[in-house]
Design a protein. Structure first.
Length: 184
């Protein structure tokens, strides 16, 4: 360390400069306290998350913070309630997913949301929906609009078939990967 007022040679310049600060006593910086991971989750926090899921019509909620992973899924029929995975445990499901009732004759293909936003079935509030149950769709058929950050994004079917089910109510928020339509 150079004492205050000591000239030194700058490697980039051909002139001498003076170091204006005396930092000799500033070399030992205080240590940060170690990060404490808390694994306890209050029941009121879980209830608040469940209320949030109900208000926004969400089927799945997943969160990871400080090594604690929580996954809540809305199931059909009897379920065993949510569980919480410890930070050291491998990925564990919080609630088992309820089996989806599908006709055994033909598996249904799903059209899923490519983004988070608001789902609209029609181009205008009083307009006809892009597709209804029973409508024939091709890969280029626009099936809905998802509004994200004031931008209207047309969502295409990207599959061929007949619409068997509409999975979301018009004007409701959707999550990335949420099923919008099922196609036969």
């Amino acid at each position: 360390m150079l004492p205050l007022g000591t000239p030194f040679r700058d490697q980039r310049a051909s002139t001498e400069r003076y170091f204006p600060f005396d930092l000799s006593d500033k070399t030992d910086l205080p240590k940060r306290p170690a990060l404490q991971l808390t694994t306890a989750v209050d029941l009121k926090d879980i209830k608040a998350i469940i209320d949030l899921m109900k208000e926004n019509d969400l089927a799945v909620f997943e969160m990871e913070k400080n090594g604690l992973k929580i996954k809540l899924e809305k199931g059909v029929g009897a379920s065993t309630g949510p569980t919480i995975a410890a930070p050291t445990a491998p990925q564990a499901a919080v609630a088992p997913a309820a089996p989806v009732a599908e006709p055994p004759s033909a598996p249904l293909k799903e059209i899923v949301s490519p983004m988070v936003g608001t789902f609209y079935r029609a181009a205008a509030p009083d307009g006809a929906p892009f597709v209804d149950v029973g409508a024939q769709v091709t890969e280029d058929t626009v099936v809905c609009i998802i509004e994200a950050m004031k931008v209207m994004n047309e969502i295409k079917a990207e599959t061929t078939g007949v619409i068997a089910e509409v999975g979301v109510e018009n004007g409701k928020p959707v999550q990335f990967g949420q099923v919008l339509f099922r196609v036969r």
